[in-house]
Design a protein around this ligand. Structure first.
Ligand SMILES: [Zn+2]
Length: 116
C-alpha cells in the first residue's frame, strides 16, 4: 500500500516535472513540427533531420506531460497508485522510480509498451 507521504512526495515531484516540461514545450519552435525524416542526403537533409529529431523529442515530451498530468489527476481523484488496466496496486518502488506510471509492470509489459 502506498503511503500518503509517498503520494505527497510524488505529487510535489510531478508538479515540478509538469512545470519543467511546459517550459520545454513553450520554447519549442512550432516550425519544427514535421512528421518524417529527410529523404534527401547532404546538408539540406542533415538540417532537416536535426529538426526531425527535435520534433520526435518534442512528441516524447508531450507524451510525458500527458502522463504527468494524468497522474496528478489520479492523485486528486484518489486513484493514484492503482493500475488503470487491472486495478491492482502498482509496486511502490516502481511509483517512486516513475511517479507518472499508470500501469503495473505486468500490464505495461503485456501491452508491449516499453517499461521505463
Ligand atoms: Zn496492471
Amino acid at each position: 500500500m502506498i503511503s500518503p507521504e509517498t503520494i505527497e512526495a510524488n505529487r510535489v515531484h510531478l508538479e515540478s516535472v509538469k512545470k519543467r516540461l511546459k517550459g520545454v514545450l513553450d520554447n519549442f519552435d512550432k516550425k519544427n513540427n514535421i512528421s518524417e525524416p529527410a529523404k534527401e542526403f547532404g546538408e539540406k537533409g542533415n538540417a532537416y533531420n536535426q529538426k526531425w529529431v527535435a520534433n520526435e523529442g518534442n512528441k516524447a515530451t508531450n507524451k510525458l506531460l500527458e502522463d504527468t498530468e494524468a497522474a496528478l489527476r489520479r492523485i486528486q481523484e484518489g486513484s493514484y497508485g492503482v493500475c488503470v488496466d487491472c486495478l491492482k496496486e502498482i509496486n511502490v518502488d516502481r511509483l517512486v522510480a516513475r511517479p507518472e506510471a499508470s500501469r503495473c509492470v505486468g500490464c505495461q509489459t503485456a501491452k508491449g509498451l516499453h517499461v521505463r
